[in-house]
Design a protein around this ligand. Structure first.
Ligand code: GRF
Length: 201
């Protein structure tokens, strides 16, 4: 399975995906990494592996439509089959959704539909929930609203700060994102309406 990863920052989820591939837990290949941020550590991580790492700067396009066309061109040029958002800090628009129908995944650091959007860990803490976690989902036109593929739960502890909670969640992100991609690669995900069914191996 040919993966294209979109990342805006640190790229620890990208790293987890590449590590899962190296360790034989995921039969796929990251063929291109694209960032809207030229300084993203994710680009560096890709280059270290010899993976094409491309900065596509939204400021150089007149609007979101043409910006996304450039992304789609790059993904298609590398024959990407599944697009993985890994800390990509922009809402995906119509151009990308139509080019990759039901073939874009995202990871979010909360148990959706709770706490979509930014600062999910801090908001979970402020709300006072006892458990939070992370969600891998297919991307639709909403903000973190697409069909849920996998989730993992972590406890919220009394002494947690947004950082300690984020770390606990991140560990689970690194486990379930490669797992969800592996299910997709194996053809085991079936979308029926809003629900994702996991077929037996
Ligand atoms: C992760 O917490 C992810 O869930 C969220 O953004 C963060 C990205 O981290 N969407 P990284 O760049 O993968 O390290």
């Amino acid at each position: 399975l040919r993966l294209g990863v979109l990342a805006s920052g640190r790229g620890s989820n990208l790293q987890a995906i590449m590590d899962a591939i190296d360790e034989g837990r995921l039969s796929a290949e990251v063929v291109v990494v694209i960032s809207d941020n030229g300084e993203a550590k994710a680009l560096e991580r890709a280059r270290l592996r010899g993976i094409p790492a491309i900065h596509i700067n939204p400021a150089q396009f007149p609007d979101k439509h043409t910006y996304e066309e450039a992304i789609v061109d790059t993904l298609k040029k590398h024959q990407v089959e599944l697009v993985c958002l890994a800390g990509y800090m922009r809402l995906v628009g119509r151009v990308m959704l139509e080019a990759f129908p039901n073939c874009i995944m995202n990871i979010h650091p909360a148990l959706l539909p709770a706490f979509p959007g930014l600062h999910a860990q801090q908001r979970a803490l402020e709300y006072g929930v006892r458990y939070s976690g992370c969600t891998v989902h297919f991307v639709d036109e909403g903000m973190d609203t697409g069909p849920i593929i996998l989730q993992a739960v972590v406890p919220v502890l009394p002494d947690d700060t947004p950082e300690t909670l984020a770390d606990r969640i991140l560990e689970q992100e690194h486990r379930i994102y490669p797992e969800a991609i592996a299910l997709f690669a194996a053809g085991r995900l079936e979308l029926r309406g809003k629900r994702v069914y996991i077929k037996e191996a």
